[in-house]
Design a protein around this ligand. Structure first.
Ligand code: DAK
Length: 277
């Protein structure tokens, strides 16, 4: 693939949007390749994914404005569908996806990060939905996911004003879970870049997810996502079913068995080797 890289480190898969010259803007090819990359993830061995952008400056600076500028109504709709299909694939992907946001996350960039389960960003990150300044609405789910994440009032303010916000404000309004800084020495020189620290933090978080029972983690993702779409009476039924689904699995037996063994003898195994079955 030309614009998407994939790397696997133990149970963690890292998908990198690699179109640095255009600040990783999403054109049709990037969207197609992202689709392929997600389809190719080996779900037997990978338990958590990280999605990031190449370089230090930009996660994704939006949908490709050059490509969009000449679209007809029908082509615009088709482009929106292509993006929405990929973003829904990420949102409903069986395992958790962490967005590691290095720099600009504008328009489609902010939107793709919101289709991930968790967002962590570098201190130089910048978020925004600048579409109304370009004469369009957000088209990759921004009006829907931003309002669900930060509340309708804050989402409306960001979308109507097209104002970009920095990492600390994104953290304050709950758009990101964590902001990662560069490491500086006593003279103020950067010794480890924010991007490097960001990827280390993302991998650490991914590893702490990957060590848990995979079937249970997958079912938690599904329960949260599906439950948010319906009223509480239906939501608790969704949870009951996914809770029940964990029983009789090897992972449930191993997890609970480990707890009981530890109670009898605290020196017994503490790390469970979950089998994903
Ligand atoms: N698209 C295409 N190229 C982009 C780009 C983008 N979104 N953002 C940056 N680039 C390219 C620049 O054109 C430039 O390319 P060259 O000129 O070197 O060939 C290169 O990346 C470096 O950018 P700059 O020279 O501008 O770099 P600066 O540091 O000066 O500025 C910036 C960085 C991020 C502030 C600036 O590039 C910028 O404002 N970029 C545009 C950000 C933006 O407005 N993003 C939102 C795009 S709108 C829909 C589907 C989808 C969408 C809407 C509807 N439907 C079908 C319904 C989504 C819309 C969007 O995402």
């Amino acid at each position: 693939m030309e614009f998407v890289l994939y790397e696997q480190k133990d149970a963690i898969g890292i998908i990198t949007i690699n179109r640095e010259k255009a600040l990783n803007a999403l054109n049709s090819q990037v969207l197609d390749e992202l689709n392929e990359a997600f389809d190719a993830v080996d779900l037997n061995t990978v338990r958590c994914l990280i999605l990031t952008g190449a370089g230090e400056k930009s996660f994704v600076a939006g949908a490709d404005i050059g490509e969009m500028s000449t679209l007809t109504k029908a082509e615009g709709e088709a482009f929106g569908k292509k993006g929405n299909d990929v973003f829904r694939k990420i949102e409903t992907f069986p395992i958790p996806v962490i967005a590691a946001i290095n720099g600009f996350a504008l328009g489609g960039g902010c939107e793709i990060s919101m289709s991930c389960d968790i967002r962590i960003c570098s201190e130089n990150a910048m978020f925004g939905q600048p579409e109304v300044g370009l004469g369009i609405t957000p088209g990759f789910g921004g009006t829907q996911r931003l309002a669900r994440l930060v509340g309708a009032g804050m989402a409306k303010q960001m979308i109507y004003t097209a104002r970009n916000i920095k990492a600390d404000e994104a953290y304050r309004i709950g758009l990101v879970n964590e902001v990662v800084k560069a490491t500086v020495d006593e003279e103020g020189n950067v010794t480890v870049s924010a991007k490097e620290n960001l990827m280390a933090a993302a991998e650490k978080m991914a590893a702490s997810i990957a060590k848990n029972a995979p079937i249970a983690v997958r079912n938690c993702k599904k329960a949260i996502n599906d439950g948010l779409e319906v009223d509480m009476d239906k939501a608790v039924v969704i949870e009951e079913k996914l809770f029940g689904d964990c029983f009789e699995t090897e992972d449930q037996k191993a997890g609970m068995g480990n707890f009981l063994k530890k109670k009898d003898d605290p020196t017994k195994v503490k790390v469970v080797d979950f089998k994903n079955c």
